[in-house]
Design a protein around this ligand. Structure first.
Ligand SMILES: Cc1cc2nc3c(=O)[nH]c(=O)nc-3n(C[C@H](O)[C@H](O)[C@H](O)COP(=O)(O)OP(=O)(O)OC[C@H]3O[C@@H](n4cnc5c(N)ncnc54)[C@H](O)[C@@H]3O)c2cc1C
Length: 406
């Protein structure tokens, strides 16, 4: 099957008169990994995607100038899990790529995460790794207990560096002051005393050689998988028999927002092509203190494409629009718990992925969560094989922790 072809409901009814074992909502990482695994295990799968394309937010395509871009913002693949890397390697070759980011601060572009060179260039010093460790200890302000994003950073590198590199960026990104956000947000960002200027330090860092969309097309190219694009699952869920649903959209939308809307942060992406070979020195430049956008990314650094023009994207975080980032605050976690309890009570639906489990997951974590979910579904299937059209595939939803998934 051509994975990018949308099927009509008549075609699907004809193709699968016995119905489907799984109705999978969403063709992003969660939906596509589960479709591939389950189809490979002999199940009949219908994937329904409301957008006009596969690959979810990782979707990439060639823009009008012929430059490979990521319409939903830059997606850099990195993982420490050999299993996850090996699994995806069945569907793509890779281009080694280590992402580098500079932050525009006080008229200079400086490495972020903060490292030895950041401090030396910012203050015109020539500290050694040992001395910079002492420097951080001198400027750090002890905060106890560490509760918020602000506490994490101030506790580690003091208020001045926090104000220059973190406060403005976080306020733009989340529309909230770091003092109002969970510690988890900035806990992800390391501080280094060496000169390592890579944004990520994972063992595997690479980009799919021919892009994400090609990788997804190969994943979904299986005779047991039918794909409907441009279709909300609610339009078709009653048209065909299916036994079990895998849902990867926003969990609050599934339950018609019965407990209220879960807060998400959205982004407006401004894509531009520039008639010059290179626009900036590295893949991404952050603007913590200037402009309404948070960062500018130049795709050719990431994809390695050679082209006389170059395409960039600027990101303007906003409150309204497609849901991208679950907002990590205690009140939102409490609201999610209500939806999680509803999800667990559904025996014929499994909730997987970043939006369905309201978690700030990277791509590799979603792949790990999906592979672990597949294993559980197979175990449940073996323990209780389906009879006729009964909806019996149902393990109660219990998303794996990232630690067990990867
Ligand atoms: C701006 C940005 C940058 C990112 N950068 C990185 C990065 O550099 N590295 C990294 O590892 N991760 C990154 N991520 C995270 C990455 O995008 C996610 O981890 C991953 O895409 C999640 O996959 P998913 O399948 O859970 O969700 P999605 O990719 O969102 O897929 C869910 C799909 O379900 C579909 N859907 C929803 N509701 C319905 C419905 N009612 N009917 C039919 N279909 C429906 C949606 O259209 C969507 O295609 C980034 C995310 C964002 C927003």
């Amino acid at each position: 099957m051509n994975a990018t072809t949308s099927l009509s409901s008549d075609a699907i009814t004809a193709a699968a008169p016995a119905g489907f074992d799984y109705l999978i909502v969403g063709a992003g990482f969660a939906g596509s990994v589960l479709a591939e695994r389950l189809a490979n295990a002999g199940h009949r799968i219908l994937v329904v995607e409301k957008r006009s394309h596969i690959a979810g937010n990782a979707y990439d395509h060639y823009d009008d100038a012929g430059v490979l871009v990521h319409p939903y913002g830059p997606h850099i693949f990195h993982t420490n899990s050999e299993d996850i890397f090996d699994y995806l390697s069945r569907f793509t070759a890779w281009r080694p790529y280590e992402h580098r980011v500079l932050a525009s601060v006080d008229g200079q572009q400086l490495p972020i995460p903060i490292n030895l060179d950041t401090i030396n260039q910012l203050y015109g010093l020539s500290l050694t790794a040992f001395e910079v460790e002492n420097f951080f200890q001198t400027v750090a302000e002890t905060v106890d207990p560490v509760k918020t994003s602000e506490d994490v950073v101030v506790n580690r590198i003091g208020r001045e560096l926090y104000n220059k590199f973190f406060r403005g960026y976080t306020r733009k990104q989340w529309g909230l002051d770091p003092s109002e956000l969970d510690a988890s947000v900035t806990a992800r960002v390391p501080t280094r005393t060496n000169r390592d200027d890579r944004y990520f330090s994972d063992k595997f860092q690479a980009m799919p050689l021919h892009g994400y969309t090609r990788m997804f097309a190969r994943m979904l190219d299986h005779p047991n998988i039918k794909l409907m694009l441009n279709t909300d699952y609610r339009e078709v869920q009653d048209l065909f028999p299916w036994k079990h649903m895998i849902y990867t959209g926003p969990v609050d939308a599934f339950f018609d927002h019965r407990h209220g809307k879960l807060p998400y942060r959205s982004i407006r992406f401004e894509h531009t092509t520039v008639q010059q070979a290179q626009y900036q020195d590295v893949g991404t430049v952050n603007y913590p203190n200037d402009h309404a956008y948070t960062r500018t990314t130049e795709f050719k650094h990431i994809t390695g494409q050679v082209h006389p023009a170059t395409s960039i994207v600027r990101e303007y975080p906003c409150a309204d629009g497609d849901p991208y980032y679950p907002i990590p605050r205690p009140a939102n976690a409490a609201l999610y718990k209500l939806y999680e309890a509803d999800a667990e009570a559904m025996d014929n639906v499994t909730f997987v992925g970043r939006l369905a489990t309201y978690r700030y997951y990277n791509m590799d974590q979603v792949v790990g969560q999906s592979l672990a979910t597949f294993k559980r579904l197979q175990e449940a299937h073996a323990a209780s094989p389906p009879k006729g059209e009964e909806r019996v595939m149902a393990p109660a939803h219990s998303p794996p922790s990232v630690a067990t998934a990867v």
